[in-house]
Ligand binder design. Structure first.
Ligand SMILES: [Zn+2]
Ligand SMILES: [Zn+2]
Length: 237
């Protein structure tokens, strides 16, 4: 994500580094100000060490910040001990904490998500633009209140499952809808779809959310780029 001159890479899963470099124009990791993990699961952190190396020129240039829950650094760390020495600072995220300052951006955490590892949502604020990222986790009513309290302009929300009776630590579509209805962002972006969600046509589902709640709703796809200022302004206007 880029806010003015401040660049953050959030949840670099497998392939994140290659994608950043092959992007046109390239997203140069040496210009990153921070790498942020919502939680340590590999689909969100697989490239974190490679990205830290790239951000710090293989450790030769000590710079940047890595923010992640404690269990990403300790115990069975996904941020490997050698790579933990490369950034200028390491921030062990706590629930409902911050602001942590990264360049021109304030980063705050949500309450703890119900997920298999320590997981926190992220609230970014840059010159009055508020962007919330709601990562993986089981639905509970407290999510709605917590994210609503931060009044995000943009809510990015991970919804893995469409409709099934399995009890898992991920949101289903109707729960994601419920959160968007309660939080009322100007723009909602859905992502992190499982196969059943993809079969259910996320674009159509997002359109329903737009019609039902009168906000802008976007179903993300690989390679999607959004100019959030423009999206928010379009709704506000
Ligand atoms: Zn996870
Ligand atoms: Zn996930």
């Amino acid at each position: 994500m880029r806010f003015g001159e401040t660049r953050l890479h959030v949840d670099p899963g497998p392939g994140a580094l290659v994608r950043a470099l092959t992007h046109v124009p390239p997203c140069n990791p040496r210009e990153l100000d921070a790498i942020v993990l919502s939680h340590k699961h590999l689909d969100h952190s697989g490239d974190v060490n490679a990205l830290i190396e790239a951000m710090t020129a293989g450790g030769f240039r000590r710079r940047g910040t890595v923010l992640a829950p404690e269990d990403a650094f300790d115990g069975e760390p996904v941020v490997l001990p050698y790579a933990q020495r490369f950034p200028e600072s390491i921030v062990r995220l706590q629930a409902s904490a911050g602001p942590y300052r990264v360049g021109d951006v304030d980063v705050r955490t949500s309450l703890a998500h119900v997920h298999a590892s320590q997981t926190y949502g992220l609230h970014f604020e840059y010159h009055g633009l508020r962007v919330a990222y709601l990562p993986c986790g089981r639905f509970f009513e407290g999510l709605v209140d917590d994210y609503a309290r931060h009044a995000p302009d943009v809510l990015v929300i991970n919804v893995l499952r469409y409709r099934d009776d399995l009890s898992v630590d991920h949101l289903k579509w109707d729960e994601a809808r419920r959160i968007v209805e309660g939080v009322r962002p100007k723009v909602a972006v859905f992502q992190h779809f499982g196969t059943k969600m993809l079969d259910a046509d996320p674009k159509r589902l997002a359109q329903e959310v737009e019609d039902d709640f009168g906000l802008r709703a976007i179903a993300a796809y690989d390679g999607l780029e959004l100019d959030l200022d423009t999206e928010v302004a379009a709704v506000a206007g």
